[in-house]
Write a protein that binds this ligand. Structure first.
Ligand SMILES: Cc1cc2nc3c(=O)[nH]c(=O)nc-3n(C[C@H](O)[C@H](O)[C@H](O)COP(=O)(O)OP(=O)(O)OC[C@H]3O[C@@H](n4cnc5c(N)ncnc54)[C@H](O)[C@@H]3O)c2cc1C
Length: 429
C-alpha cells in the first residue's frame, strides 16, 4: 500500500532522478542526451583515422567501452591539407572541438579555378551564397588528427597501435577482431570498420584511380596574388592541375598552405627521375606566381604522392560489422568531402546507437540516416572528377564552355555551393 506521503515523494523524486540522469549524460556527452537501454556496449573500432577517432570519442563519451586498433606503430598523422565543409560543423560542435579547429584552421570563403593559358575563371564557389557568414575551414590533416586523438583518449577510449587488422569473426551476437600477427581480440558487441579506402574488412577493394596528386605543406607566401581565404586552382585541360589550399597553423604556429600537383601514378617514377628544376618549370608555366613559394621544395622527398580511390561498399552493415568513412565510401578529393563524410558517419552511428532498441535496429537507423547523402555524393564525385583530373578533352571542354557560363546564373551558383558545402541531401538530426 502506497501512502500519500510515498506518492508525494515519488511525484517529486522521480522527475528529479530522471532529470539528474539526463543532466549527467548531457554533461558527460557534451550535448547529447543518452537514451539507450541496452546497457554498456563493448565496441571495437578498426582504424584510428578521422572516422575511427571521431567515433571513438562520441561512443566512449556515452559511457561505452571502446577499443581502437590501428596498424601505425605510434600516432601517425599523415598528409597535407583538408577542407572541413559546412556539413561537418555540427559534428565538430558535438565533438566539442569547434573552437579549437576554428582557431587552428583557416576560414575559407571561396573556391576558384582558372583555366590556362587564358586565365578565365571556370570554377567560382562562394560559400556566402548559402547564407551570410557561411564558410569552410582549411586545416592540416595532422592538426585535425591530433585534436581527435586527444579527445578520444580523454573520453576514455583505448587506442592500441601496432595492430594490423586482417579480418573479423562473428558468432552468436558478438564479433571478434583478427589481427595479421594471429591475435584474436573480443568478443565485442559491435565492430566498426574505419580502416579507410583499402580496408581488408570489405571485399570491394579497388586499385587507385589513374590520377593522384603530389602534396607539400608550404609557408604562406606574402604576396598580393595569394588568396588567403580561399582554395585556388589552375588547370590546363584536365591533364594538369595545381592548387593552393590555405590550411591554418602547423604545430609551430606558422601559417601554412597545402600545395598540390595532379599526377598520374604511372608517371610517378618518371617524375622522380626528372630534375626538380625541370618539374618546377612545368608548374611555373601553368602558374607563374608559384615560382617563389616553390623555392621551399628542395628535394623530391618534400612532396608526398597521394593515391585517390573511388569505391562504394554496397552493404554498410553486415551483421555486427558496420562500415564508416572511406571504409564504406571512398572518393577522389575533388569535391573535398571525404573527411566530412567520415565525421558525419561517426555522428550518425553514435546517434543511432543512442536510440532505444536493439543494436540491429540502431544499425538500420544509421544506414537510413546516411545512405542517400553518401550515394548522392559518390555519384556526383564520380561524374565530376574527370572534369578536373583525366586525359579526356571532352569533359574539360564542357567545364570551360558549358558549365562555366552556367555558373554565373545564381540558381546554379547556389546549387554548386550546396554541393561543395556537403549539405545537398543531408539528413538533419
Ligand atoms: C591528398 C588528399 C586530400 C584530401 N582532401 C580532402 C579534403 O579537402 N576534404 C575532405 O573532406 N576529405 C579530403 N580527403 C579525403 C579524406 O582524407 C578521407 O576521406 C578521410 O581521411 C577518410 O577518413 P577515414 O577515417 O575513413 O580513413 P583514414 O583517414 O584513411 O584512416 C584509416 C585509418 O586506418 C588505419 N589502417 C588502415 N589499414 C589498417 C589495417 N589493416 N589495420 C589497422 N589499421 C589500419 C590507418 O593507419 C588510418 O589511421 C583527402 C584525401 C587525400 C588522400
Amino acid at each position: 500500500m502506497i501512502s500519500c506521503f510515498d506518492r508525494g515523494v515519488c511525484f517529486v523524486a522521480e522527475p528529479i532522478a530522471i532529470y539528474s540522469i539526463k543532466l549527467k549524460n548531457l554533461i558527460f556527452s557534451r550535448g547529447y542526451v543518452v537514451d539507450r537501454a541496452v546497457g554498456v556496449l563493448n565496441i571495437a573500432i578498426a582504424g584510428g583515422g578521422i572516422a575511427g577517432l571521431a567515433s571513438a570519442c562520441l561512443l566512449a563519451r556515452r559511457g561505452w567501452r571502446v577499443r581502437v586498433f590501428d596498424k601505425a606503430e605510434k600516432p601517425l598523422p599523415v598528409g597535407s591539407g583538408l577542407i572541413l565543409q559546412p556539413s561537418s560543423a555540427d559534428v565538430l560542435r558535438a565533438l566539442g572541438i569547434e573552437a579549437e579547429i576554428a582557431r587552428k584552421g583557416q576560414v575559407l570563403r571561396r573556391l576558384a579555378g582558372r583555366v590556362q593559358p587564358s586565365g578565365r575563371l571556370v570554377l567560382d564557389v562562394d560559400y556566402g551564397s548559402l547564407n551570410k557568414g557561411a564558410h569552410a575551414i582549411g586545416i592540416q590533416r595532422d592538426v585535425l588528427y591530433t585534436v581527435l586523438l586527444k579527445e578520444a583518449r580523454a573520453a576514455g577510449a583505448e587506442i592500441v597501435f601496432s595492430s594490423e587488422v586482417s579480418g573479423s569473426l562473428e558468432s552468436e551476437g558478438s564479433i571478434h577482431v583478427l589481427l595479421k600477427d594471429g591475435q584474436k581480440h573480443g568478443p565485442f558487441d559491435l565492430l566498426v570498420n574505419a580502416l579507410g579506402a583499402q580496408s581488408p574488412l570489405t571485399k570491394t577493394i579497388r586499385p587507385p584511380m589513374g590520377f593522384g596528386a603530389l602534396w607539400a605543406n608550404l609557408v604562406v607566401p606574402e604576396a598580393d596574388w595569394y588568396m588567403a581565404d580561399g582554395l585556388e586552382q589552375r588547370y590546363r585541360q584536365a591533364r594538369k592541375m595545381a592548387g593552393m589550399l590555405p590550411t591554418g597553423e602547423d604545430e609551430t604556429g606558422a601559417q601554412t598552405v597545402a600545395f598540390f600537383w595532379s599526377l598520374e601514378h604511372r608517371d610517378f617514377d618518371q617524375w622522380r627521375a626528372t630534375p626538380l628544376g625541370q618539374w618546377k618549370g612545368e608548374v611555373v608555366a601553368l602558374w607563374p606566381e608559384l615560382e617563389q613559394p616553390l623555392q621551399a621544395i628542395t628535394s623530391h622527398d618534400d612532396l608526398i604522392m597521394a593515391k585517390y580511390f573511388h569505391r562504394t561498399h554496397l552493404q554498410p552493415v553486415e551483421g555486427r560489422l558496420v562500415h564508416i568513412g572511406d571504409g564504406w565510401h571512398a572518393a577522389s578529393p575533388q569535391l573535398g568531402q571525404g573527411a566530412n563524410m567520415a565525421l558525419l558517419d561517426a555522428m550518425a552511428l553514435a546517434d543511432a546507437l543512442s536510440r532505444p532498441g536493439t543494436i540491429e535496429q540502431a544499425l538500420k537507423h544509421f544506414v537510413r540516416m546516411r545512405r542517400f547523402h553518401v550515394y548522392l555524393y559518390q555519384a556526383i564525385s564520380w561524374l565530376f572528377t574527370p572534369f578536373y583530373q583525366s586525359r579526356s578533352s571532352f569533359q574539360p571542354w564542357l567545364r570551360d564552355h558549358i558549365t562555366a557560363p552556367l555558373l554565373r546564373w545564381w540558381p546554379v551558383q547556389k546549387l554548386l555551393a550546396h554541393i561543395v558545402a556537403g549539405t545537398l541531401g543531408l539528413f538533419k538530426r
